[in-house]
Design a protein around this ligand. Structure first.
Ligand SMILES: [Zn+2]
Ligand SMILES: [Zn+2]
Length: 122
């Protein structure tokens, strides 16, 4: 059954993403998923990651080089892009932003990407 196959792939991609806190790129998620589903393709992994992001089950973080990282943990948190290892790490740096009264836009959230060097590379 095709539908069943699709949902199994979706589940495998989601659990692979949730198994790491390293904000992997699509090819790294692919490497994890392949250990479970050897015949899955990179484009299938990429499509499932995009759908997870669209449905709010994953975050995407585009780094300074334009590389897209995925995060399976969607609670509000901020990130740092490490210039040394090119990785995205979670940071516990509070950011206070207030939307001014009379703002014509409807702001529903924000994300902050710091740049610098991570603790592992420092
Ligand atoms: Zn680093
Ligand atoms: Zn994160």
């Amino acid at each position: 059954m095709r539908a069943q196959k699709y949902s199994k792939q979706r589940e495998a991609v989601y659990s692979a993403l949730r198994s790491v806190r390293t904000h992997p790129v699509a090819s790294e998620v692919y490497d994890i998923v392949r250990t479970e589903i050897p015949d899955i393709s990179l484009s299938t992994v990429y499509r499932n990651l995009s759908q997870l992001a669209e449905s709010g089950k994953a975050l995407t973080i585009t780094d300074e080089k334009g590389v897209v990282h995925f995060d399976g943990y969607v609670h509000p948190h901020n990130h740092l892009f490490c210039k040394a290892c090119q990785r995205v790490v979670d940071v516990d740096i509070p950011v206070a932003i207030s939307v001014p009264d009379g703002c014509s836009h409807s702001v529903e959230g924000y994300s902050v990407l710091f740049s610098g060097v991570c603790s592992g590379c420092k």
